[in-house]
Design a protein around this ligand. Structure first.
Ligand code: AMP
Length: 125
């Protein structure tokens, strides 16, 4: 499978420092930043720094170091906002959209971390 990547997508521009972002966590391979149009009190996007369009692209071609760093950065955001379910913590939802059926607007892999309110059912139909 030949994966595509559009270097002009908005998250590529954020990674190049061409447009600003509100950084939550930055590591060697990963950037977590606030979504510009939050749909919950906590709405953080986590992106790999490498040029991967989708989850399947990343899973197929990223190095183990990138994959571990990405996964652990998501966990670090969950820790930073104290979201892990238990006692008086409320839990969270991760969403990764891919392609047309997934309604992915920005063609650079991103995981949405949503929390801070009851998020409703995942899908209606
Ligand atoms: P998706 O529909 O899964 O591709 O989600 C794209 C997300 O990127 C949306 O939640 C947008 O609000 C968010 N977004 C778009 N542009 C920016 C930006 N410049 N900074 C932060 N978030 C953005």
């Amino acid at each position: 499978m030949a994966y595509q990547y559009d270097t002009q997508n908005i998250f590529a521009k954020i990674l190049r420092g061409e447009i600003p972002n509100k950084t939550v966590i930055e590591t060697e391979h990963t950037l977590a930043f606030e979504d510009i149009a939050p749909q919950a009190p906590v709405h953080v996007l986590v992106i790999p720094k490498g040029p991967y369009q989708t989850w399947d692209h990343f899973a197929a071609e990223a190095s183990e170091a990138e994959i571990v760093d990405y996964t652990r950065t998501i966990q670090a955001v969950v820790n930073q906002f104290d979201l892990a379910p238990g006692d008086d913590r409320e839990g969270y939802r991760l969403i990764v959209n891919a392609g047309e059926a997934g309604i992915q607007e920005v063609p650079h892999l991103h995981t949405h971390i949503l929390s801070g309110r009851v998020l409703g059912r995942m899908l209606r139909d």
